[in-house]
Design a protein around this ligand. Structure first.
Ligand code: AMP
Length: 482
């Protein structure tokens, strides 16, 4: 190395050091408090990095709960009206339940189930979909003894180990309805109508795609025809579909890959393989939908990805979505007349649907017009403020005593200063504030302050409820003054 280079390097290092020293000395000195705050912030960030979510999982945060509550309330309204009864099933079931019902060869069973052996060596699975569990419950509890049809509904989490992306999560929630023991097309129509009404009541315009996949014999004959056709087009299909040709040819029709679309377009249509009975059943459902003015489009390639369906199948999509993908399906369902029998029970026709609530909530947040999106958070009629520790104790007692009054009370016992509490009350736009301080504690009274006029009254603590109710009569239901 030439001798001259050494001092240059040294010089540069020296220069760099001085710059560094300079910037350090120029950096504003942090006060002790600021240093503490910085340390705390670093600690918090490190903890939050340490305690992340599992991939594909998410928290439903408080700010989104109003949408979830709206979905749940709407589900209750609709199911009450159509006389469905709520059922909750365990999150974990025997693995064989889903393998038998959803079927080998489906994505759910082959790739997506959270399955493991429990401590007794039993193969168990976190529920990936609700129908199988509802059928299991129908059989377990001998519901065939109840007057038929048996109508059940649920809103429960499902688990699928899929590749996470927008609208596709490894834990998601489905609202589902299942009707057991009736084979009339009016029941198919009722199921479609309920799913349609769910979206209508939420203010989301949807489109129903509908098809019939016939009975097993019709489907087998069609499958042969489809396999013959797909073999001639093999080279145009994606790698997954090539594998599906013999194993599950109907699933090719469900493929969303662009390269497969021309082949799917020209494929034979199952509707042409339906016999008289299946055709008539399907036509009757369509007539019901016409009568009910439920908008639908016939979708001859719709097959649904689960094994247990027969006859009518349908899916629900948001009306205005320009680019439909597999993730834009909001719900789906159909008939599964043979499932209960295939699980060893009696022949029991059945039909149902399920809706992905996570996707519905995403849509509500992005697509609802502002007025409809303004779903009210918890509303407050009155604010309860306190002054001092002793008053806080009595305030908490009064809060509890007023629980039965149905008056919605705002409070924040963590806030000490009355000024802060009144500010909070102002933000909530309440007409009155109750104030309890030292004097009121001794007298057994409480102050009612009119927030608009600033006028204050003192009343007996015993009479708060009747007094408030009288005052609230002059308010709107939300608590705002008339
Ligand atoms: P499926 O029975 O698979 O059609 O599921 C019914 C509905 O649940 C779908 O239409 C979606 O809205 C929703 N869904 C299915 N899988 C997921 C998922 N991984 N993440 C979020 N929603 C899902």
């Amino acid at each position: 190395m030439p001798k001259t280079k050494k001092p240059v390097v040294k010089k540069e290092i020296k220069k760099k050091n001085t710059v560094q020293q300079k910037t350090e000395s120029e950096a504003p000195k942090l006060t002790k408090k600021e240093q503490e705050a910085k340390k705390l912030d670093k600690r918090r960030r490190k903890a939050s990095d340490n305690w992340g979510l599992l991939r594909g999982m998410r928290d439903i945060l408080p700010e989104d709960q109003k949408y979830w509550r709206k979905c749940l309330d709407t589900a209750y309204d609709i199911t009450d009206y159509f006389l469905y009864n709520k059922i909750d099933m365990p999150v974990i079931e025997e693995a064989k339940l889903f393998i038998r019902s959803v079927g080998k060869g489906t994505d759910i069973v082959d790739k997506e189930m959270y399955s493991f052996e429990d401590k007794d060596g039993k193969k168990v699975t976190l529920r990936p979909e609700g129908t199988a569990s509802a059928v299991r419950a129908y059989i377990t509890h001998g519901m065939w003894n109840s007057p038929q049809p048996v109508k059940l509904w649920y809103m429960l989490p499902m688990f699928r180990h899929e590749k996470p992306q927008a609208g596709r999560y490894r834990q998601h929630t489905q609202f589902g309805c299942e009707c057991f023991g009736a084979d009339d097309p009016s029941v198919d129509a009722e199921i479609i109508l309920m799913s349609y009404n769910f979206f209508k009541d939420l203010g989301l315009p949807v489109r129903i795609k509908i098809n019939s996949i016939g009975d097993p014999e019709e489907r087998d004959r069609y499958k042969q025809e489809l396999i013959t056709y797909l073999r001639t087009k093999r080279s145009y299909l994606c790698e997954d579909c090539k594998k599906r040709i013999n194993r599950s040819p109907l699933r090719v029709l469900d493929c969303k890959r662009e390269d497969c679309q021309p082949v799917i377009e020209d494929a034979p249509q199952i509707i042409d393989w339906l016999q008289e009975d299946s055709k008539n059943h399907f036509m009757s459902i369509l007539e019901y939908l016409d009568e009910l003015e439920v908008p639908y489009v016939l979708e001859p390639k719709l097959v649904r990805g689960l094994d247990y369906y027969n006859g009518m199948v349908f899916e629900v999509f948001y009306e205005d979505l320009e680019n439909e993908t597999a993730q834009s399906a909001l719900g789906g369902g159909g008939r599964y007349d043979l499932l209960i029998e295939s699980m060893g029970s009696n022949h029991t026709p059945a039909v149902g649907f399920s809706v992905g609530v996570d996707r519905v909530v995403n849509l509500m947040k992005t697509h609802l017009p502002k007025k409809k999106k303004d779903i009210k958070d918890r509303e407050v009629d009155i604010y309860l403020a306190h002054l001092g520790k002793d008053a806080r104790r009595v305030a908490l007692r009064l809060l509890n005593e007023l629980r039965g009054s149905k008056i919605k009370i705002g409070f924040n016992f963590f806030k000490e200063a009355l000024k802060n509490q009144l500010e909070a009350a102002n933000k909530l736009n309440v007409p009155y504030v109750l104030i309890i301080g030292q004097k009121e504690l001794q007298d057994g009274t409480i102050i009612i302050r009119d927030m608009e006029s600033g006028v204050q009254e003192i009343i007996d603590q015993q009479k708060i409820e009747s007094h408030l109710k009288k005052k609230m009569k002059t308010c709107l239901p939300s608590g705002r003054k008339k």
